[in-house]
Design a protein around this ligand. Sequence first.
Ligand code: UDP
Length: 327
Amino acid sequence: MGKILVTGGAGYVGAHACKALSRAGHTPITFDNYSTGWRDAVRFGPAEEGDLMDRARLDEVFAAHAPDAVMHFAALSQVGESVREPGRYWLENVTGAVNLAEAAVAAGCGRFIFSSTCATYGDQDGVVLDEETPQRPENPYGASKRAIEEILRDFEAAHGLRHVIFRYFNVAGADPEGEVGEQHEPETHLIPLMLDAIDGKRDALTVFGTDYDTPDGTCIRDYVHVCDLADAHVLGYGWLDKGGPSRAFNLGTGHGYSVREVIEHSRRVTNRSVPVVEGARRAGDAVRLVSGSERAKAELGWTPARSSLDRMIEDAWHWHQTGRFER
Ligand code: UDP
């Protein structure tokens, strides 16, 4: 059983990963500055408050806990914001990862599990994106994540820091037991915004672009359940623990849904109408991002068992109605 330092453990994916780790018998230690995360979301292990820009604080935390591995979730993660504020994305995402990797090496912690993204691939003319697809990010968010992947390769060569890179497709859903869930301030993601529109917390969902070159004109994404994603991280830890080589894995289902299809499924699952208005394209959006997801299944034994679109919407709806974190 391992001790795992989880940066961003108070955030959406990080908190679900902490739950999965603790269920598997590991000890997650959350490291978070609570800039976007929630103190209420830290429920499955100890927490250390700190900022990735503060290398001395990181050294203290490594010394206090002697973690066996790092899972690095803490980052800025919005495509549209990254187009407007590229400096923050390059500065915070890259510096945070470098500080963490340096601190890990200095402390003798040799395993690094990194949250990357399908945005590192960019649009590729409708091809299914597998791990060998050349990465051509189209926005600063994706570019900053690709840069960190390169940094990890350099750290392995120089210092022997082994890594697993997970390239997430679109994470959705929530813990079915309702202990943690998705909550961002401000919210920018499709499914939670739609649930807000469904129950009147906002006027309508704006569809960002209806003139894309797709069957119904809206963007296509590959949605994956946050609990399946969390389970993959537990498997990723096991991979490195058993001495597995550094490796990148996509985490998606291989099936894409358009924005209109997500709206239609939400209407059915919630049995409510969805107020929708059609709007302009959002800067930086790729037309279609669908995962080739064989590698994680074949090599890690990962099964995205909960990732049907209806199940993700159902679990998100349950969380939306029953659990909200307080600031
Ligand atoms: N989207 C939308 N309206 C919204 C939010 C998102 O039409 O209010 C679309 C967005 O353009 C993209 C998809 O929904 O095609 C998923 O967006 P999200 O921000 O959830 O995730 P991303 O793909 O940017 O990581």
